[in-house]
Ligand binder design. Structure first.
Ligand code: PEP
Ligand code: MN
Length: 281
């Protein structure tokens, strides 16, 4: 058993006071079950227009994705970069999700927006830059909506788990952990994908663990091999950025796949998953 200060993480710890393992968390988001089989979240980095998100939704649905993503409130490094379409963007995302019959996930960056985003989105995303925004964590906890919590780029696994504890402490058990790469001395990739975080977090907690290779790698050619590696590491799901025209994207162009490229990655993910299942039998 790995070390964890279970007393300080009573709700997210995998073990109860008697050292007995708790069951893995499973919950439904619309017709999608989280914590059962691999769930794929896909869509553009940002919602840019009604047509762009609708096209992306159709493409990722056709390729077999389960949940549609799209940023409406964007946390950008520079204040002069595209900040997202805000409320209008979320309405386009909702429309696209309804059109293809997929639940939607979007990031919420401000406590003042939680009620609005929770009213329209099926899953609230807490971005890496806000992982330790404790008032925001408390608010999304109170919303009762499923929350996907990205690991901060400079956060240890334990710090990440404490943030999940903040959400669950508000009575919200629907939390997904998402590894999205951490800062190291390596510069070839945007971040370093810490795949060891998957089996570690799954050992320490009962929460589902997803992997976002797009923000971790920052380069589209690395999405397929690292998605497969994440599946082999035991992740419960993936988040992959897909854009109808990545070269024209208003954010994260270099890491977004076209619908066709995403289709190829999805096929490989399914084959890899089947292989893993046959090995477990
Ligand atoms: C995102 O998923 O849109 C995003 C900004 O990711 P991260 O918070 O991991 O950088
Ligand atoms: Mn992005």
């Amino acid at each position: 058993m790995l070390e964890i200060d279970a007393k300080r993480l009573p709700l997210v710890s995998a073990y109860d006071n008697d050292g007995k393992r708790k069951p893995f968390t499973r919950f439904d988001v619309g017709t999608v079950t989280i914590g059962n089989d691999i769930v794929v979240i896909a869509g553009p980095c940002s919602v840019e227009s009604e047509e762009q998100i609708m096209t992306a939704a159709k493409q990722v649905k056709a390729a077999g994705a389960n949940i549609l993503r799209g940023g409406a409130f964007k946390p950008r490094t520079s204040p002069y970069d595209f900040q997202g379409l805000g409320e209008v963007g979320l309405s386009y995302l909702k429309q696209a999700g309804m059109a293809v019959g997929m639940p939607i996930i979007t990031e919420v960056v401000d406590t003042r927006d939680v009620a609005f985003v929770a009213e329209h989105a099926d899953i609230l995303q807490i971005g890496a830059r806000n992982m330790q925004n404790f008032t925001l964590l408390t608010e999304v906890g109170k919303s009762g909506k499923p929350v996907l919590l990205k690991r901060g780029m400079g956060a240890t696994i334990e710090e990440w788990l404490h943030c999940a504890e903040y959400i669950v402490k508000e009575g919200n058990h629907k939390v997904i952990l998402c590894e999205r790469g951490i800062r190291t001395f390596e510069t070839y990739t945007r971040n370093t994908l810490d795949l060891s975080a998957v089996p570690v977090a799954k050992e320490l907690t009962h929460l589902p663990v997803f992997v976002d290779p797009s923000h971790a790698l920052g380069r589209k050619e690395l999405i397929k091999p690292m998605s497969l590696a994440a599946v082999c590491a035991g992740c419960d799901g993936l988040m992959i950025e897909v854009h109808p025209e990545p070269e024209k994207a208003l954010s994260d162009g270099a890491q977004q796949l076209t619908g066709g490229e995403f289709g190829t990655v999805m096929k490989a993910i399914k084959e890899c998953r089947n292989l893993m299942t046959s090995m477990e039998e």
